[in-house]
Each structure stands twice: as structure tokens, then as C-alpha cells.
Design a protein around this ligand. Structure first.
Ligand code: AMP
Length: 455
């Protein structure tokens, strides 16, 4: 099947070809014709499946005719985070370059002036996070009764972030006669109820987790002592072929502290988490995308769904609490058919989390050959494949101790991850763990936090 079989306009096909895509992904093949027929859709698909284009492409053709009016957007896309909203906007720019659609991005953390000015002119597509939208709606700056197409993206993430009441309210402000598309990686009962209430006779489409996660990503568990995580990470960053890496932590304070430590050790790293203002978050992402920094320390909320090419490694510095987060995290590598490697640090306290992850992905993750703290005296760290940062060299020279992990190359063929067990039910989480305090790992965290690379 080609994109031309899906009923898209010539202008759109041209833009898709120029974007480098010739074959629709399964979600695109199934969703695009139905969306063009104005059907409601429930898409069970996560990022990495090509789901963004599955709604952006038909929306562009649907909205190609008709005119927008001041403060009355013609369509609305709800995204849980600013980064995802910005990414969807980029998709509209990429695919809509031969159309004259107007678009506005309504996200928290940036000045409202420009956003209001765009709305005032009238927009065909409004991409918003629920909080900022409700804020402007409450102040009478925006009317939703001209919105005939609604997309609720990453609905399960919205649930995690406590946005469902906002979304329900937003749905009641839109005209009853509208087209609604809902996408979610999983379908917990609350999302199912939302779909039943606000969608009309939707077509259900479920696609497998992205093939990239299954085939291209080698996954490994790395046993570490919670007090030696930093040393372990440093050793691995130096010994692996890390061209660029995203390092995930469960708490934003850990993100901040770890980034500082990495920078002190001479690594080119940056950080992104929920406490950083929007402008800085986007600037930091840009620095990572353009290679100014090649290591990004991140929290789940800030990095979810980010589409950055060429990330060679993902490190789960903290094993994620929620198994779905694991799948999202490792999906930052191995994109667009490239190979990727995902290492997850595990301490004694992580047994249950790892168990849940393995149940979700339906396969066991092998232990990386890293004797960790028990590294034998003759253990050697392989010569780094990239220039070792100066400070790291100094710190290594000054440390007369064994490496925190002995790094051996994992075997070449990454094992496919199957998903034949149902996802574990997640407890409701408000505003995400990203906003939680950094309480550490059952006690030893204060000591662990005080241990820098140079000891
Ligand atoms: P998404 O699931 O929307 O986050 O998309 C994941 C990645 O797949 C993005 O880098 C897209 O640019 C890319 N992509 C979207 N559609 C296709 C396609 N038909 N073929 C190959 N890659 C695609």
C-alpha cells in the first residue's frame, strides 16, 4: 500500500514524499481513510507508530476548504505536554507546506501575547495543552463552538496527569456535531468511559507497539549498588559507543543533580524536566537535537514521545515505576529503523518494577554482564571509544578503585520484545511523579547524592 491509496490530496502526497515516507504505517493505513470519511476513531497506539501523521494528514485535507473566524478555531488537538504539542505543530508545518492553513499553539509556560494574537486572527488548527486552554476559555478569549474536529492525543497520559476532568469539560464546550479522534497507548476503564461518552460510533484501531521497540532496541538490565549509580553511569558512558544518550531519572531533583555531576565530569549534557520553563525546555531540546550537547538527562513527563533522530542509547538511571514509562523511554532510541541500546539500572529495591516491565513487554530482559560492585580486581573497562572528558580522565586517574561496572559489549543481536501479556493496570497518578520530591532510594540516597564522579 502507498500513501496515494489512502485518498489524500496531491499536495499532501507531495509533502509526504518530500518528508521521505513512501509506505503508510499500520495506524496510518487504517486511520487515514476513515478520518477522511469523517468517522470518529479510537486509536490504541503509542508514539513511534506514526500516529501523529495518522491524524495530521487527513486533518489537513479536511480543513483545506473553509475559513476560520476570530477566536473560533476550526479544529482542536489536545496534548498532555508542551513538547508533544510543539511536535504536533512541527508535523503540521512539515505536511501542510503546500496548504495555507493557519495554526496556533496554546501551551503553558510561554507568554500569552503571541498566542492571543494568533487566535484573534482566526486559526484552522489549535494545538493546546488542557490547562492553558481552560485558562483562556475561562477568560472568554476563545470560543470552541466552531470546532468541528477534536483530537485527544495520549489520553492515558492525560489521565496520569489528572487532565481528564478538564477534557470532559472541554468536550462539552464543542459542538455535539463534530468528529472526534482519540489516541491512547493503553485503554484503562476511565479512558474507555471517556470514549463511550464523547465519541459517536467510533472505529476502533489497535496497532502493535512500534516495531522499532521490538526489533531494533537491545535491552539490558544492569545491576548496580544504589550508592554507585553515578560511577556506573560514568563508566558506561565512556565505554559504550554513545553518540547521543537520553538518561531518565524518576525525579526532577535527580535530573538536576545528575546533570550537574555529568557536566562537572566534563560531559556535554543538558537537562529537561517539569520545573524548567517552556522556553528553556525547548532551547535545551534544540541543543540536544543540533548536537551542542549529546547527553540529555530527562524526566518522563518532559521527554515522553519526543522524536529525536540518532539517539544511540537510553539509560534508565532509575528503573521506571510504571511499566508503560519503560516502553516510552526506550522508544527514544532505535527510531526510524536505526539500532538502539537501552540499559536499565536495577538496585535491590527495583525487583517489582522490573517484574511489571517484563510482564508488560512479554519478555525477560537479560542481565548485562556487569558484575557491578562485585567487579573482580582484574576487571578492566574497555578503552573509551570517544575522547574521554578531561575531568573524567583526572577523576579516573585519582581513583584507585574498581569500576562500578565492568563493561562488556552485549551480544550483537538484540532480542525482539513480544507483547502478548496485557498491560498492567496503572494506578492513577496526579501530575506525575515528575513533580514528586526526591526522597531517594530507601535510605541511602543522601549518601549516594553526595558521591560525585570524583569521589
Ligand atoms: P509518531 O508515532 O507520530 O511519534 O511518529 C514516529 C516517527 O515515525 C516520526 O519520526 C515520524 O516522522 C515517523 N513516521 C511517520 N510516518 C512514517 C511513515 N509512513 N514511514 C516512516 N516513518 C514515519
Amino acid at each position: 500500500m502507498t500513501f496515494a491509496d489512502l485518498g489524500l490530496s496531491d499536495e499532501l502526497l507531495r509533502a509526504v514524499t518530500e518528508a521521505g515516507y513512501d509506505t503508510p504505517t499500520p495506524i496510518q493505513a487504517q486511520a487515514i481513510p476513515s478520518v477522511l470519511m469523517m468517522k470518529d476513531i479510537v486509536g490504541i497506539a503509542q508514539t513511534g507508530t506514526g500516529k501523529t501523521a495518522s491524524f495530521v494528514l487527513p486533518m489537513i485535507d479536511i480543513l483545506a476548504h473553509g475559513r476560520s473566524r476570530a477566536r473560533m478555531p476550526r479544529s482542536l488537538i489536545l496534548e498532555p505536554t508542551r513538547e508533544l504539542a510543539a511536535q504536533v505543530a512541527e508535523n503540521f508545518e512539515k505536511y501542510g507546506k503546500y496548504h495555507k492553513l493557519s495554526m496556533a499553539l496554546l501551551i503553558g509556560g510561554v507568554s500569552m501575547g503571541d498566542q492571543l494574537a494568533a487566535l484573534e486572527k482566526g486559526v484552522d488548527v489549535l494545538i493546546a495543552t488542557p490547562g492553558r486552554l481552560m485558562d483562556l476559555f475561562g477568560r472568554g478569549k476563545i470560543m470552541l463552538n466552531g470546532c468541528s474536529l477534536l483530537v485527544i492525543d495520549e489520553a492515558d497520559r492525560m489521565l496520569d496527569m489528572g487532565f481528564i476532568p478538564d477534557i470532559e469539560e472541554i468536550c462539552t464546550k464543542l459542538p455535539a456535531q463534530r468528529q472526534t479522534l482519540l489516541f491512547s497507548a493503553t485503554m484503562p476503564p476511565v479512558i474507555k468511559k471517556l470514549a463511550d461518552k464523547f465519541l459517536s460510533n467510533p472505529k476502533s484501531i489497535e496497532v502493535a507497539r512500534p516495531a522499532t521497540a521490538a526489533i531494533n532496541i537491545a535491552q539490558w538490565l544492569v545491576k548496580v549498588d544504589s550508592r554507585k549509580k553515578r560511577d556506573a553511569l560514568r563508566d558506561m558512558l565512556m565505554a559504550e559507543d554513545v553518540t547521543s544518550a537520553v538518561i531518565f531519572c524518576n525525579r526532577k531533583t535527580t535530573v538536576r543533580d545528575l546533570n550537574k555531576t555529568l557536566q562537572r565530569a566534563g560531559f556535554k549534557s543538558g537537562e529537561i524536566h517539569g520545573d524548567i520553563d517552556q522556553g528553556s525546555r525547548l532551547a535545551e531540546l534544540e541543543r540536544f537535537k543540533n548536537g551542542t550537547v549529546n547527553i540529555l538527562v530527562a524526566s518522563d513527563v518532559a521527554a515522553r514521545g519526543l522524536d529525536i533522530k540518532g539517539v544511540s542509547h537510553v539509560f534508565n538511571y532509575d528503573a521506571p515505576w510504571h511499566p508503560d514509562d519503560y516502553v516510552h523511554r526506550i522508544g527514544r532510541t532505535g527510531r526510524a529503523g536505526a539500532k538502539g541500546v537501552a540499559y536499565t539500572f536495577v538496585t535491590a529495591e527495583d525487583a517489582e518494577a522490573i517484574d511489571n516491565i517484563q510482564k508488560l513487554i512479554g519478555t525477560k530482559i537479560d542481565l548485562f554482564q556487569a558484575p557491578s560492585i562485585a567487579a573482580p580486581a582484574e576487571a578492566k573497562v574497555q578503552a573509551p571509544r570517544r575522547a574521554e572528558p578531561k575531568k573524567a580522565q583526572e577523576s579516573r586517574a585519582s581513583r584507585d578503585q574498581e569500576p562500578a561496572v565492568r563493561v562488556e559489549r552485549p551480544r550483537e543481536d538484540p532480542r525482539p520484545a513480544r507483547r502478548d501479556t496485557p498491560p498492567a493496570q496503572r494506578p492513577r497518578r496526579h501530575e506525575t511523579a515528575d513533580d514528586g520530591p526526591d526522597e531517594g532510594w530507601n535510605g541511602p540516597m543522601p549518601e549516594f547524592l553526595s558521591v560525585g564522579f570524583s569521589g
